[in-house]
Design a protein around this ligand. Sequence first.
Ligand code: HEM
Length: 418
Amino acid sequence: MELPPVELGTFDLSNLETFWTRPRDEREGAFKALRDLDGLAFFEEIEFEDSPLPPGPGYWALARHADIWHVSRNPQLFCSAQGSNIGDMPQEMNEFFGSMIAMDDPKHFRLRSIVSKGFTPKEISKVEEYVHTKASKIIDDLVERFPERRCDFVEHVAAALPLQIICEMMGIPEEDHEKVFHWTNTILGVGDPEFVGTLEDLMAQALEMFMYAQALGEDRRANPRDDITSVLMAAEVDGEKLTPQEFGSFFILLVVAGNETTRNAVSHGMKALTDHPDQLELLYGDFDAHAKTAMEEIVRWATPVIHFRRTATADTEISGQKIAAGDKVVMWYCSGNRDERVYDDPFRFDITRPIQPQQIGFGAGGPHFCLGANLARREMTVMFDALRRRMPTLRITGEPDYLQSNFINGIKRMECAW
Ligand code: HEM
């Protein structure tokens, strides 16, 4: 792809309306300018309508793979507890919404040690069969519900699987799945006018989800079943169990993190395969040979999570730029995953791309590396395998309707036909 030259000073990464609605190639041009800069660029934060909080002090933008890698792997120097997204929230709100993603050790370590018990290979393999059954069912439903052989890929294919898997893992009854889907849309849709009106709406939805989760956790502590909620509510580290409140916040993180990300990886993946028929042919022609590298390439290509933030705990330097204690640094994974210093021809979608050097769509290593990465890889693999076997002619036929966000690279709707 030929990137249009975009000059520094002509764009503002903080502005959802003027930057994040620009054509994608222009945005890529802007990130290239940031990657090629000696040192780092600083961006002001802007005031959001309806927000009771004043804008924060701004942040340094990390666009190169190496800088993101460095920050992600030095949690003592670049902490998470002061916030993992650009804007500042009161500490309690950080933990309420972010759970472990907005914590540092030792708190983070304790919580991660407990919840990791729900993500062991044994637990993941228990879901494996369920993932296959669900993927098959999604396709059966398509055949039955859409005799005209076209539908919205996001709603009817990509979104259905991750949501049902998380809900099933957590032991959420089927009649509540729709409710969970709506809550996650609201929380991650902040900034897109379609999903949320005011901050109060958002808080109300989050609180509803929190209360729902607390009740679920309390129920499984009293009446354990064969689900991850029961495993998590029974697990102990140093004699301590999760409190229902901790479980409530973790639940918000899990359903949000597990749903939207995987859904968008599958949606962008199908779009990329449609746009690159040679790659689709390659993958569908010998799925087992290519699935592993193809899924990594899809996550690199999609980079469903656009950024996370850290805060410097001491004076330091990144790429020669002086960073003061308390400064915010924002890791733009979308740019790190297109860094021409690391990837050969990064704008080429290539499902045979070697998995080293590592793509950073699941994070760039360190204590917060995606807890659900292996589950996500399994879900994606099973979904594309099911599509290949059962609906080999399915292609994306409509233009994606993108979510307006600088955090989630989301597709809201996109027509497909088979
Ligand atoms: C393609 C799908 C996914 C992508 C692209 C993705 C991406 C990410 C990223 C970028 C992070 C932050 C890493 C860091 O700060 O170092 C993260 C953390 C996390 N992810 Fe994922 N994720 C995906 C799927 C999932 C799934 C399926 C689950 C669970 C069911 C999940 C659960 C989590 C959790 C709990 C964290 C926080 C870990 C911590 O703070 O220790 N993710 N993910």
